[in-house]
Write a protein that binds this ligand. Structure first.
Ligand code: ADP
Length: 227
């Protein structure tokens, strides 16, 4: 608990300190992207567009951390999980492409919305996809990650399946500070699970019989009150 409290303190300080430089980076990235529209290099334009998008996302994460820590109301509303999956897949596309990982989306259409904080749910799926990409990078053979959404009764499921080394102890991965990565913090899945739980859902992990891991996030369908 005290290590988690320290991590919380650290997050508060970091979020505070990062706020101003990030705002500056966002502004400069937007300006550079605007200026580059004149340029003939599409590669340069794409790179600047990526810098702008990633810096805005970082600023959103900082905003979300500050809100959570300050315990002001987080922004809640209906959330389209397909859209969350698409955003996250796009953000990690370059990362996956660099190491030859293919990310396949299998999205139910139409999909009713869930209810909650979009940025927090993005963080959850970002974590799951990043972990899956990192997992498949450690093995030889097919490097495939599948993200799938589906409605099941009053619930929505999002599954992230990979062809990585799999999981020997699926519950262990949700423990705070459990990590097998040299640069890992071991907090991603612990935080993801608490976010999903706070949304009235469940986050579980399982090894796949054919190898690799599967993470399943179950969230309630949002139904608008009538009348
Ligand atoms: P971190 O990524 O910083 O290590 P996480 O909480 O996100 O923290 O993950 C904890 C650990 O769970 C990872 O270090 C890894 O050992 C294991 N893990 C997570 N996702 C997968 C996966 N898709 N396949 C295999 N192992 C995984």
């Amino acid at each position: 608990m005290s290590r988690l409290a320290v991590a919380g303190e650290l997050a508060t300080v970091l979020a505070h300190e990062l706020n101003q430089p990030l705002a500056a980076v966002c502004l400069q990235a937007d300006m550079a992207a605007l200026l580059a529209t004149e340029s003939t290099s599409t590669g340069l334009r794409a790179a600047l567009g990526e810098v702008a998008e990633q810096s805005h996302r970082a600023a959103e994460i900082v905003r979300s951390i500050r809100q959570t820590v300050r315990r002001t109301d987080v922004e809640r509303g209906p959330v389209d999980l397909n859209e969350v999956v698409r955003v996250v897949a796009r953000l990690l596309e370059w990362r996956a492409r660099r190491t030859g990982v293919s990310v396949e989306l299998n999205l139910a259409d139409p999909l009713p919305p869930t209810y909650g904080d979009r940025v927090q749910l993005e963080q959850v799926l970002f974590n799951l996809l990043q972990n899956a990409i990192e997992a498949v990078e450690t093995v030889h053979g097919p490097r495939v990650v599948v993200m799938e959404t589906a409605p099941v009764g009053a619930w929505l499921t999002v599954r992230v399946r990979d062809t990585g080394p799999g999981l020997t102890d699926p519950e262990r991965v949700f423990e705070q500070f459990y990590t097998t990565k040299p640069e890992g913090m071991g907090l991603g899945l612990a935080i993801s699970r608490s976010i999903v739980t706070a949304h009235g859902g469940v986050l579980t992990a399982a090894p796949r019989p054919e190898g690799g891991a599967e993470f399943t996030c179950i969230l309630p369908i949002y139904r608008e009150e009538k009348g």
